[in-house]
Design a protein around this ligand. Structure first.
Ligand code: GAR
Length: 314
């Protein structure tokens, strides 16, 4: 995978990623650095002969022109993923559209606690007994989005010690998280990439999901438990009654659907982190109420190995 790093400051996470990449611990290549100001991260890039770009929003009278340039410069590095390493800006939604689930951030707290600047000091001032580090997919809100990895640190006796411990952890954890993401096993509801299989016969093409899945075709399992169970396309409506799935003509489909979900789960490798992007509000897939059968079985089977999103969250 080709990694592009965005940074605004000291660059210790950038440097740790570079070191891990040259030792082969990070199984991806760092192809460039983009900064929003002159900062130490650029010196690190120069020392390591990594191409870099500086793009200062304040140099642009029109925000749109800045965003266009940001997209163009980012594209010039052809990145597979973008890592924010102390990049202190909200990512514009236009860039998120270009790189769905490909932009990742590291933050020095146990999110959702202590978002924003000086998170380590915020935790210290709040007097918490433990804090930590979070690596997460980026969305259009600050320090928000699906959590990939989170680790705790017990708060020691001084702020300086806490800062040191957090940074040591960050440098290891970012590498671990990026390796996990570059080797994800992906499960996606077929209807979300436009396959015509929902009960009303229509599809729910999500451009972002389609784009994301296309980049990962080979490791991606496209699923529709209802079609697998032989319910036909389009199928008739299914009602959830006391956790049972009942067809409109009163047939209890729960057991047959459980078997098909089990077949799907058997196709998932034992040792991989799984990202499931599932059609919401569906008796088979649905993440939220009514919670689908596949979601609950994936949760039970995969536990910590499951990253779960519905179509509205990507
Ligand atoms: C890191 O602690 C990183 O987690 C934090 O900025 C620091 C950058 O240090 N990021 C955020 O607070 C994001 N909201 P570095 O420049 O030495 O890597």
């Amino acid at each position: 995978m080709r990694i592009l790093v965005f940074a605004s400051g000291r660059g210790s996470n950038f440097e740790a990623l570079l070191n891990a990449s040259s030792r082969g611990v990070l199984k991806s290549k760092i192809v460039g650095l983009v900064c929003d100001r002159d900062c130490n991260a650029i010196e690190i890039a120069k020392k390591n002969k990594i191409p870099f770009s500086i793009l200062r929003p304040k140099d642009y009278a029109e925000k749109n022109n800045y965003i266009k340039e940001l997209i163009s410069i980012t594209g010039s590095y052809s990145p597979d993923i973008i890592l924010l390493a102390g990049y202190m800006r909200i990512i514009p939604s236009e860039l998120l559209d270009e790189y769905p689930l490909k932009i990742i951030n590291i933050h020095p707290s146990l999110l959702p606690l202590f978002k924003g600047k000086d998170a380590i000091k915020q935790a210290w001032d709040a007097g918490v007994k433990e804090t930590g580090v979070t690596v997460h997919f980026v969305n259009d809100r600050m320090d928000d989005g699906l959590i990939i990895l989170q680790k705790k640190v017990a708060v020691p006796n001084s702020l300086e010690e806490l800062e040191h411990e957090i940074h040591v952890l960050e440098h290891k954890m970012y590498v671990e998280a990026v390796n996990l993401v570059s080797d994800l096993f992906i499960v996606v509801s077929k209807c979300l990439i436009g396959e015509n299989i929902r009960y009303d016969g229509s599809n729910k093409l999500s451009k972002r999901i389609y784009k994301y899945v296309n980049g990962y075709r080979t490791e991606c399992l496209l699923v529709c438990p209802e079609v697998l169970a032989g319910l036909g396309v389009p199928r008739s409506k299914i009602n959830i009654i006391n956790t049972r799935l009942i067809s409109e003509d009163g047939v209890d489909l729960t057991d047959v659907m459980k078997r098909t979900c089990k077949d799907i789960i058997e196709k998932i490798p034992q040792n991989k982190m799984v990202l499931a992007i599932l059609k919401d509000k569906s008796p088979s897939c649905g993440k939220t109420e009514p919670q689908g059968l596949l979601v609950s079985m994936l949760r039970e089977h995969l536990k910590d190995r499951l990253l779960l999103l519905s179509e509205t969250e990507i």
